[in-house]
Design a protein around this ligand. Structure first.
Ligand SMILES: [Zn+2]
Length: 460
């Protein structure tokens, strides 16, 4: 009877997968093998460089969004303005090293007063764009972000120290290091390396940036938010994993989307969730030194983050965070009380852990930017009551795909379990009831790079 080898362990072991259908369709799918160029870039990620960068960020004293950004403070190396200028200079330095391959930009705006912003404040996001080299794919974008602002016990304390080594010097360092190592490679699609401000005041920077991306019609396939990836050195920390949070039912779902999700059991197939599963697959293919632990919820209890600003605009976005947070070391003035050390200080950050998280991010960005675009208009035919399942789709736009894979899983399973290579086709029929599984289709290029999978919409 039906026998499909499982994707997951087999891919990890580098075994060639075989999928055999009862209908006589049988095809071999190449395993998701590591791309040697990407693997080489991951080896360039430097723990030392990450440590130096986080030390530099902490050295600005405070990076509170409301802190100083006048020329004298920038010259003195104190406050958020100085941090912003340093990040910009750092991106520009990486660009010089790759023959000007990065376009370094800022997104500045004035935020009017809110609860956590007592007076109108200029907020600046700093980012670098590694433009895709394939004309038909350069408009496709993947993005990595961290917030460079920090805070202490008081969200309005403009002058007090707010080292923000982990929250979120670590995420900022991930974005910078991804830019440094990936700018040495050419990718079909575009990668954006972003650092935002205003996170601690209410996600202001990322809201502005995500809205800009939406207004400008960006084809943004995935946003990876790194916030608190310092691997805080507490006894209970697990340095072998990083949590990856993803929304289930999309924040931006329309009423029509919600009806379909309810009807078909689509609660675990948002674009963000597919990105999370993609990170899991990347984690099996590349040895980043840290394993993604998928958490199927938007974020932690009582907490939010910049990925949500992207979700609100309808983009797929996930959050990377260390396994166990120490709340004594977040949003606290640096002090010792009753023998407990408070504050987000350098001494609690595991720089090697940050480097490993940066490798996992870089591998994900690179895999997506090298891959074909996902297939378009993926449909599952539901006109007749039948036990077979027929899917149709349009070729992956951009011309990189050479074949397609059908993946599926039991409705109760968290991750894709089976794969079937359908060759260079745009239609397939499986002897498998659509009522019992969740299908998706992904595009594959000649070198084996996989696109994000697309779950079909029913077509009557
Ligand atoms: Zn944070």
């Amino acid at each position: 009877m039906l026998h499909f080898r499982r994707i997951v362990r087999a891919a990890a072991a580098g075994i060639v997968l075989t999928a055999i259908g009862c209908s006589g369709q049988s095809a071999q799918s190449e395993p998701s093998a590591a791309d040697p160029q990407i693997a080489a870039a991951l080896r360039q990620v430097s723990t030392q460089r990450i440590q130096t960068n986080i030390e530099k960020l902490v050295g600005f004293g405070t990076r509170l969004t409301l802190s100083a950004q006048d020329p004298a403070s920038i010259a003195a190396g104190h406050g958020i303005g100085a941090a912003r200028e340093w990040i910009k200079a750092e991106f520009e330095r990486y660009s010089k090293d790759c023959g000007g391959c990065l376009e370094v930009k800022t997104d500045s705006f004035t935020e009017e007063p809110t609860e956590r912003i007592p007076k109108a404040t200029e907020i600046t996001n700093v980012y670098a764009v590694l433009k895709g080299t394939d004309a038909a794919n350069a408009k496709r974008i993947v993005l990595v972000t961290g917030h460079y602002d920090s805070r202490n016990s008081d969200t309005l304390d403009v002058n007090g120290d707010a080292p923000g080594a982990n929250d979120d010097g670590s995420g900022t360092a991930v974005s910078l290091e991804c830019a440094r190592v990936l700018s040495k490679i050419k990718f079909a699609a575009t990668i954006v390396f972003l650092t935002v401000a205003g996170e601690e005041q209410g996600l202001n920077g990322s809201r502005h940036f995500a809205k800009m991306a939406k207004d400008q019609g960006w084809d943004l396939e995935a946003a990876l938010n790194n916030d608190i990836v310092g691997g805080d050195k507490s006894a209970e920390q697990d340095h072998s994993v990083v949590r990856v949070f993803s929304e289930g039912v999309p924040t931006a779902a329309t009423e029509q989307d919600l009806r379909r999700i309810r009807g078909l059991g689509g609660e675990s197939d948002s674009g963000s969730r597919e990105v999370a599963r993609y990170v899991a697959e990347v984690g099996r293919v590349y040895d980043a030194g840290v394993k993604p632990m998928l958490v199927f919820r938007l974020d932690r209890y009582l907490r939010g983050g910049d990925h949500f600003a992207f979700n609100q605009q309808g983009f797929a976005a996930v959050r990377f965070t260390e396994f166990r947070e120490d709340f004594h070391h977040q949003h606290q003035n640096v002090r010792t009380e009753n023998g407990i050390e408070y504050g987000d200080s350098l001494k609690f950050v595991d720089f090697d852990y940050v480097a490993r998280v940066a490798r996992l991010n870089a591998a994900t960005l690179a895999s997506l930017a090298a891959a074909p675009a996902p297939p378009a208009n993926v449909h599952l035919l539901t006109k007749d009551l039948e036990n077979d399942s027929t899917l149709t789709w349009e070729a992956s736009p951009g011309g990189l795909a050479t074949e397609y894979e059908l993946v599926w899983r039991a409705t109760t399973s968290p991750d894709w379990e089976h794969v079937h290579n359908v060759g260079n086709a745009t239609r397939t029929t499986m002897k498998l009831s659509k009522d019992n599984v969740i299908f998706a289709v992904r595009a594959v290029d000649r070198a084996g790079h996989r696109s994000l999978p697309v779950v079909p919409v029913p077509e009557r």
